[in-house]
Design a protein around this ligand. Sequence first.
Ligand SMILES: Cc1ncc(COP(=O)(O)O)c(C=O)c1O
Length: 405
Amino acid sequence: MTTPALPPITPALMPTYARQPVAFVRGEGVWLWDTDGKRYLDTTAGIAVCGLGHANPIVAAAIADQAATLVHTSNLYRVPLQEELADLLCQVSGMQHAFFGNSGAEANEAAIKLARLHGHKKGIAVPTVIVMENSFHGRTMATLTATGNAKIQEGFGPLVEGFVRVPFDDLDAIRSVAAGNPNIVAILVEPIQGESGVRTAHNGFDYLKDLRAICDQRDWLLMVDEIQTGNGRTGQYFAYQHAGILPDVVSTAKGLGNGFPIGSTLVAGKAASLFSPGKHGTTYGGTPLGSRAALVTVQELLKGPIANAAAMGERIMQGFRDELGAYGVCVEGAGLMIGVILPVASAAPLVALAREAGVLLIVSAENRIRLLPPLIISEAESDELVHRISALVRDFLSAEGVVAA
Ligand SMILES: Cc1ncc(COP(=O)(O)O)c(C=O)c1O
């Protein structure tokens, strides 16, 4: 079966995305159906968003009920559902306060503003945040400046001042930047780099422990971007919990609303009391509808999908090692955030080949397949994912001249 023929995309839409020629009309769990009724195994979950799977009936019922009751009132007034969500997120994360916005980039914007307040409080005129090479933090001006990808920044200068970049997973680089720069006030880091293809530190989550120690020594904020790693994706609610540390600032979004757009910035410690009335805000932040969607999502995630992500992640990673190890394929990640790294210059053609075969996957950073399936994936579906993708990869590699050792 081939990909369905769709009419050309309307020129009325700004061409900001290189879209694949397929559209979906229905979803259920880890499965999607296109306009021709063809079924796909979805290893993308809307780019790490639909952790509870597509069309989760409990989330759908909560959204429908809330939409029929009260959608929006504004932050001029108290929003009990927003307070309930903040209580739950603080309880789950160990953080002290939550701010709600609508996306990941906004959650990071709030983090960057907090870093600046922290710096100004200490009398630093140009507060500077350490950010990493190959990072991704969003597309607003400050977050694209923080992002470690020249292609994303190209054409948008002048960029925002107050950032300094070091390689990911390199503590010495941080120490040497610190030695020559008294303006540093914070580190912004992804526990696992997602957009650049699931890159982990050499010592895994202990990297965060090391960063925590450096920040403590220097009175910097440790700001952890959990937009992709959070909400159960790596097998803990937040990835920093694997390291047993508490950041000063946590940004999250994506999986928080299972597809309903909501983001949050959580604060603790030195960052806990930096924002006061008037310092930050957004019209739609934490509406009754968004808060209800996120509340039910977090409650459902805590009932089992996070433990499932840990178990299925191990199963899938081992499955790929068994099926593809002989081809020089490496596997990296945690929980259901998995990178499958192929020994070729580019794995990009696999996206279309897999789609034709009824599997949706992402290829990042040339040769890294990035797998982010819903956290509710079953054992049978996990095995199917491994077998189907391994068969595709073997065919692709032999066409590229790569043979098993
Ligand atoms: C780690 C990380 N930070 C920030 C963002 C930006 O989030 P959003 O697209 O919701 O603005 C993303 C999105 O991919 C991300 O993966």
